[in-house]
Write a protein that binds this ligand. Structure first.
Ligand code: AR6
Length: 185
């Protein structure tokens, strides 16, 4: 499914984000930036060792040894990936108990898009951040993700944003949410 927003394109599709040919792909990382399971593991495996080396440098030099805070984003090269860049962000772990979880998830999308825009990137693919290992319910996460992307595209001239969903089930949830949000316009 595709939607035009202020001259930009928002696309939903089913696929493996490591195969995406957008200029940048987003990684749902953890604060260590040292890789992990899920999409993070898949991206590190496909990109190769050099990605981990650059992440280590960022931890050391940019973050002075600290973890990347939840909701923030950093950029690396894509190495063996078709995408030229990887933007790493850390989603919130769902507990359902904190009102800040939604804001943190929103920050992931907003900061990744902002960083891409600053670097002159005009196409980017996102996975469904936080809805795997971090257990954020996909119905709730889809509304946060799409609302944030739509607000960004309404105020910026960017290019193309893709949500690369890993299952038909997730795609259906995101599609229903996007149709609802576009109707409310
Ligand atoms: N392409 C697109 N989406 C994918 C892919 C892929 N190749 N592989 C998995 N997904 P998760 P989180 C989907 O768990 O919830 C890691 O260990 C997956 O089906 O990857 O933010 C990190 O190191 C789900 O819909 O990320 C962190 O510790 C979505 O990507 C932690 O998991 C996100 O699931 C982050 O958890």
């Amino acid at each position: 499914m595709k939607a035009e927003i202020n001259g930009n394109t928002l696309e939903l599709k089913v696929g493996d984000i490591t195969k995406e040919t957008t200029e940048a792909i987003v990684n749902a990382a953890n604060g260590t930036l040292m890789g992990g399971g899920g999409v993070d593991g898949a991206i590190h495996r496909a990109a190769g060792e050099e990605l981990l080396e650059e992440c280590k440098m960022i931890r050391k030099e940019k973050l002075h040894g600290d973890y990347l805070p939840t909701g923030e984003a950093v950029i690396t090269k894509g190495y063996n990936l078709p995408a030229k860049y990887v933007i790493h962000t850390v989603g919130p772990i769902w507990t359902g108990k904190s009102e800040t979880e939604e804001m943190k998830l929103r920050n992931c999308y907003d900061n990744a898009l902002q960083l891409a825009k600053e670097r002159g990137i005009t196409s980017i693919s996102f996975p469904s951040i936080s809805t795997g290992v971090y257990r954020y319910p996909v119905k709730l996460a889809s509304v946060v993700a799409l609302t944030t992307i739509i607000e960004f595209l309404k105020r910026e001239s960017f290019g193309k944003v893709v949500m690369t969903l890993f299952s038909e089930g997730d795609y259906d949830v995101y599609k229903a949410a996007l149709e609802r949000l576009l109707q409310e316009e």
